[in-house]
Design a protein around this ligand. Structure first.
Ligand SMILES: [Zn+2]
Length: 245
């Protein structure tokens, strides 16, 4: 295949633009924010679970407190009724004694319930501290996620803008390229990522291999418009003033 040296130089420019586009693509996929976001999302999930667990524990204790309070109220009401009956007149001695006995039992029961209530309320307080702490940790994790997402979006917008610029650069270069040469270039690029590379200091700009004597003499003998390929990696190799020929 033949192409004027000037056309071959433009092909190199196109290859540089495409290399830049590849780098942009790579930067987009290798953005540190992406792992950061994945980690932050996992942390948020874990913190949410911790909040739910702490809140469930608090809810259980609230129900236990309500039950104990009802029990205490019940004991108090019963004691009041007993006291009212005792205060009334004409109660048979046997019944009065039974009521006295019951009042003692109720007082003991109330004491036990109140001790239990106090103990549960203390536990509830400790659990509340845990609820507050896990909620704070969740808020921190959500903030970290939001920060990382924002930084990713800014970086993405930046890469998008750079990419748009390179695509604008690319358009005229590709449009002016002879169809056959562009087709070859694109098929090579699709296959191994690089379509064309400069020959610099006797090395292929794509695979970096140094060309041997026979390859160099073959290149030296070739007409300037001959489209050269590097046998090793297949790319179109464009001669430059720094080729070292
Ligand atoms: Zn090569």
């Amino acid at each position: 295949m033949n192409a004027e040296p000037a056309v071959q130089q433009r092909l190199l420019q196109l290859a540089e633009v495409d290399a830049e586009l590849n780098r942009i693509d790579h930067r987009r996929r290798a953005m540190p924010e992406l792992t950061e976001i994945t980690d932050a999302e996992r942390t948020v999930r874990e913190r949410k679970d911790a909040v739910v667990a702490a809140e469930t524990q608090a809810g259980d204790l609230d129900r236990e407190i309500a039950r104990l309070e009802r029990d205490v109220d019940g004991v108090r009401a019963r004691a009041k009724r007993d006291n009212d009956m005792l205060a009334g007149s004409g109660l048979p001695a046997k019944q009065a004694a039974d009521l006295q006995h019951e009042l003692e039992t109720l007082a003991r029961r109330q004491g036990v319930l109140e001790d239990e209530l106090l103990e549960v309320m203390e536990r509830r307080e400790a659990v509340q501290a845990n609820v507050d702490a896990t909620r704070t940790e969740l808020a921190t994790a959500e903030q970290a996620l939001a920060d990382a997402t924002e930084r990713r979006d800014i970086a993405l917008a930046d890469l998008d803008a750079t990419e748009a610029g390179r695509r604008r650069d690319r358009e005229p270069l590709a449009a002016e390229m002879p169809a056959e040469l562009l087709e070859l270039y694109e098929s090579l690029r699709a296959k191994n990522g690089t379509g064309a590379a400069p020959l610099r200091a006797r090395r292929c700009g794509a695979c970096r291999l140094e060309l041997d004597r026979s390859e160099l003499s073959h290149i030296k003998a070739a007409a300037p418009q001959t489209v050269l390929r590097h046998e090793e990696c297949g790319v179109i190799m464009v001669r430059t003033p720094e080729s070292g020929l």
